[in-house]
Design a protein around this ligand. Structure first.
Ligand code: PLP
Length: 508
């Protein structure tokens, strides 16, 4: 009898996570309505709520692991409130910190659709249409930035991972032994790699995590424009060769993280060809700007690279997470990553072998990141992306001009859509060496106040020892009005801090 009841229950399962289609519809409409209201109200909200970690934690910390479930409608009401009242909104028109874009609404809907179908884009059989959409997305990204569309590539979680994949492909491809079998220790020679001092920290993680050690990194000097010094690069390569090391890779930046500087990519390509080195471009931020007809020849020089990393979640306005790696010769990805789990039956019938993304990168099971990028391309088209990127650059230029014209602000750099500047009070002694120390402290405090104030959100950089405010516009919601409001806000806060902090000996 008991058995029969259990059978019956198993025949008509009522899983606690299941929803009827009516429930799903009702809750789904409710969530979409809340999101639409959020989007409507973004500009009127503070960019971030100025609450401490302790205060935010205290809102939920006493909640115990639930023993029984609650109906989803109620949960979403509560959770949208939690998130809408206690988040930093990088979709706000006045968010210009770090390099996180305003995410496109179509990207949010794409993620819902992707999660609902839930294809595993590790293998074609598990994701037939999703795999083909990813293949096309990779091709379109290459097409957009002028990279050969015959390249291989895949979507990953972000810039670090995209650059790691490029690094690993370079390593397998350029060493003379089978590194997958013999490892990096198969020779007494040290593998070495080159990037400018402005290279993002992914490179330190790569040499550390993948067995080369951080001493493998050669930090090449930059010039006054924060671009790699090509003579210093070649000198270092020659010196390493003379010392019996094994140079294998040079990383050029298509938009550095601090100031958006673009390295002389054409010259780096020539040096790499001359010395048989892998040329990798870190375009996590700036590569999409190569789509602009007016982009510099150096930026367009990324087409010469063996691999290019580029983040759709930065300047293609996709919601987190979406990074992408493009590799000129797709076979190098297979040579680097392919493995054949016994339990996989994904080879196809031999006639038209399917593309299995687990052979191209670090993951086996993979989500459908490509959908949000693909649908973004289809909504805005190449022309739409060019307009958005061009506008972001024009706004950063406008900011540079505004700041430059103001006696209490000092414009420092402008490249792509990044402008840096600092607050310099009018009556400060010009030549005191301690003035610089004070200006750094003042601008650091200014950054803290701006970040917690909620009116705008900027981040910082250190340029030639100067602590500067950094505005990075990868935000299709920012208008000229938003940019014009910034100098007054900075000056208002800067003056207050100057009154509080200025040491006596710097007072006239
Ligand atoms: C040039 C560059 N490379 C790599 C990265 C790392 O990207 P992610 O944070 O997506 O891993 C960034 C992030 O800002 C970047 O600007």
């Amino acid at each position: 009898m008991k058995m029969n009841n259990q059978d019956e229950a198993l025949r008509n399962r009522n899983a606690p996570l299941e929803m009827t289609s009516d429930e799903f519809r009702e809750v789904g409409y409710q969530v979409v309505d809340s999101i639409a209201n959020l989007l409507d109200s973004l500009a009127q909200r503070p960019v971030t709520s100025n609450k401490s970690a302790k205060a935010i934690r205290s809102i939920i910390e006493n909640e115990q692991m639930p023993q029984k479930g609650i109906t989803p409608g109620h949960l979403f009401e509560e959770t949208t409130d939690l998130l809408f009242e206690h988040s930093l909104f990088n979709g706000h028109p006045r968010f210009w910190g770090y390099i996180t874009s305003s995410a496109s609404p179509i990207g949010a809907l794409s993620d819902l659709l992707a999660a609902s179908v839930n294809p595993n884009v590790g293998a074609w059989t598990l994701s037939p249409m999703a795999t083909e959409i990813e293949v096309q997305t990779v091709r379109w990204i290459a097409d957009l930035i002028g990279y050969p569309v015959t390249c291989g590539g895949l979507l990953v979680s972000g810039g670090n991972m995209a650059n790691f994949v490029g690094f690993l492909a370079a390593r397998t491809s350029k060493v003379t032994w089978n590194i997958r079998e013999e490892g990096v220790g198969a020779t007494n020679q040290h593998l070495v790699i080159y990037g400018s001092k402005e290279t993002h920290t992914w490179i330190e993680k790569a040499v550390d995590l993948f067995g080369l050690g951080t001493k493998a990194m050669r930090w090449i000097d930059t010039d006054v424009n924060q671009q790699m010094d090509i003579n210093a690069l070649e000198k270092q390569i020659l010196s390493d060769q003379a010392d019996g090391h094994l140079p294998f890779m040079v990383v050029g930046a298509a938009g550095t993280v601090s100031t958006g500087a673009v390295d002389p990519l054409l010259e780096i390509a020539t040096i790499c060809r001359k010395h048989d080195l892998w040329f990798h471009v870190d375009g996590a931020y700036g590569a999409p700007a190569a789509a602009l007809p007016e982009a510099s020849a150096q930026l367009k020089g990324l087409k010469e690279a063996d691999s290019v990393a580029l983040d759709p979640h930065k300047w293609l306005y996709a919601p987190l997470e979406a990074g992408c790696i493009l590799v000129r010769n797709p076979q190098t990805l297979i040579d680097t990553f392919s493995s054949h789990p016994e339990y996989y039956n994904f080879g196809g019938d031999g006639e038209d072998s399917p593309l299995n993304y687990y052979e191209f990168g670090l993951q086996n099971s993979r989500g459908f990141r490509a959908l949000k990028v693909w649908l973004g391309f289809r909504q805005a088209g190449r022309e739409g992306y060019i307009v958005m990127i061009r506008d972001d650059i024009a706004l950063a230029e406008a900011l540079y001009r505004l700041v430059d014209a103001h006696s209490e602000l000092q414009a420092i750099t402008h490249n792509l859509s990044i402008t840096t500047f600092r607050y310099v009070p009018n009556s400060l002694p010009q030549d005191e060496s301690e003035t610089e120390v004070y200006l750094n402290e003042l601008n650091q405090e200014l950054l803290n106040r701006l970040q917690s104030g909620g009116e705008v959100f900027v981040s910082n950089a250190v340029v030639d020892g100067k602590y500067v405010l950094r505005v990075c516009i990868v935000n299709f919601r920012t208008t000229l009005n938003d940019i014009e409001a910034l100098p007054e806000i900075v000056i208002r806060e800067g003056r207050k801090i100057d009154v509080e902090m200025r040491p006596e000996h710097l007072t006239n």
